[in-house]
Write a new protein. Structure first.
Length: 405
């Protein structure tokens, strides 16, 4: 009886290993392809048309009095690009001095009051209605109220538009990586998610996807495909709408923003819950339809967007791989000639490690970022503990800097 039970346990273990390997393989092979593709990013030839474009930099702000002056003043330093521009701050349902301080710093201010419709997408909608009423505006750039625009970004966006791009996503990095181990890990994570994936997608001719900050749209595009995304991940919603309209988002490393990330647990938790709640809702609604539509139309852009939505967070992928590895190791010790079952999870672990190290390389955090990876297990545990079972359904300002007190 004991031998029979052992045989059944081994068979069950083998089956479990196989299922984990098949499920996990889809995602770690996907990350592996993007990692390799990120090494060979190519750029389209530059346009020789040097006619200056007129940009409007839109800053959606909800109770950002602590940082709005610094942000506006930083944006107004983009004068060396040769492009024409103005800065508009949307003070959305603010109860502080955001509007007054933004105007004092040199921005034009649009005040929006509608407590029943609270989301970043509504603020952007309000700004676009104002901007698109001016036929001389060529493009709009979105910068969050806690961010700084990389010098020369408008010039990079302008060159991309002159070469045919209509939707562009710049690099999105952490502005304060050295505030603590959590922000260092976030910088590495954003290096993987924002840089590795975006570079890989661009290299493969896919849509790099919008990240909500540091993105640029031509006025023509906003008129043809109106921005009407009001969920918690309005950027991903609009990415999908653009893809269905036959427009991919181009990635431009020469442009971008750096944003201050919360280091304290409660602030970081609220931000993470908001991001993941919105992504989960969008996954339920769009992931499988995108895969089906991509296959039906033989459209790689749509199919990849669906696959990206289905891809679990990196922490979950790592947990799947290590669980599969532990099970495979146990099975291999219980039966002869079954060591091959360890190969798939080991291969997955190596691919994910390469993906993370590539993200670390692109993050620019150096030895401190590499050392912070030792805290990754604690970060994963914190993330699971603080976000499991929680949801967000509105635009709630994330506490940062001195405002965390």
């Amino acid at each position: 009886m004991s031998i029979a039970i052992c045989v059944v346990a081994i068979q069950a273990g083998l089956g479990f290993c196989l299922l984990l390997s098949l499920w996990g393989a889809v995602y770690y092979v996907y990350l592996g392809i993007l990692t390799v593709s990120s090494l060979r990013l190519t750029r389209p030839p530059p346009s020789h048309d040097k006619i200056p474009l007129r940009f409007v930099i839109v800053v959606p702000a909800h109770n950002e009095e602590a940082m709005i002056e610094e942000t506006v003043k930083g944006l107004l330093l983009q004068t060396e690009t040769g492009e024409r521009f103005e800065v508009i701050v949307v003070a959305d349902n603010c109860t502080d001095a955001t509007a007054e301080l933004a105007e004092k710093a040199g921005a034009k201010v649009l005040v929006r009051e509608n407590p029943d419709l609270r989301a970043k997408g509504y603020a952007l909608d309000h700004a676009f209605q104002h901007v698109l009423a001016d036929p001389e505006v060529d493009a709009v750039v979105i910068v969050d109220a806690d961010s700084q625009l990389k010098p020369g970004s408008l010039s990079t966006f302008g060159n991309a538009i002159r070469s045919g791009a209509q939707a562009i996503q710049g690099r999105y990095a952490v502005r304060n990586p050295n505030d603590g181990w959590r922000t260092l890990l976030m910088a590495v994570a954003m290096g993987a998610y924002n840089d590795v994936r975006s570079r890989g997608r661009e290299s493969l001719g896919l849509s790099c996807g919008l990240l909500g900050n540091g993105m640029c749209f031509t006025s023509r595009l906003l008129n043809e495909v109106p921005f009407s995304a009001h969920g918690l991940v309005e950027d991903a919603e609009y990415t999908i709408r653009l893809a269905r309209a036959g427009i991919r988002v181009r990635h431009e490393m020469g442009a971008g923003v750096s944003s201050e990330m919360p280091n304290e647990g409660e602030a970081a938790r609220s931000q993470r819950i908001r991001w993941e709640s919105g992504r989960i809702a969008l996954r339920k609604k769009e992931a499988w339809p995108l895969l089906a539509e991509g296959l039906r139309k033989r459209n790689a852009v749509l199919f990849e967007l669906g696959l990206d939505l289905l891809t679990p967070p990196l922490a979950s992928i790592v947990m799947i791989l290590f669980l599969g590895f532990a099970t495979a190791l146990w099975v291999s010790f219980q039966a002869d000639f079954t060591y091959h079952v360890v190969v798939p999870p080991v291969a997955g672990i190596m691919i994910v490690a390469a993906y993370v190290l590539r993200g670390w390389q692109l993050s620019g955090t150096g030895i401190r970022g590499l050392a912070a990876l030792a805290m990754a297990p604690a970060y994963v545990a914190w993330k699971i503990a603080f976000t499991a079972g929680r949801n967000a359904d509105s635009w709630v300002r994330t506490k940062r800097g001195s405002s965390q007190m």
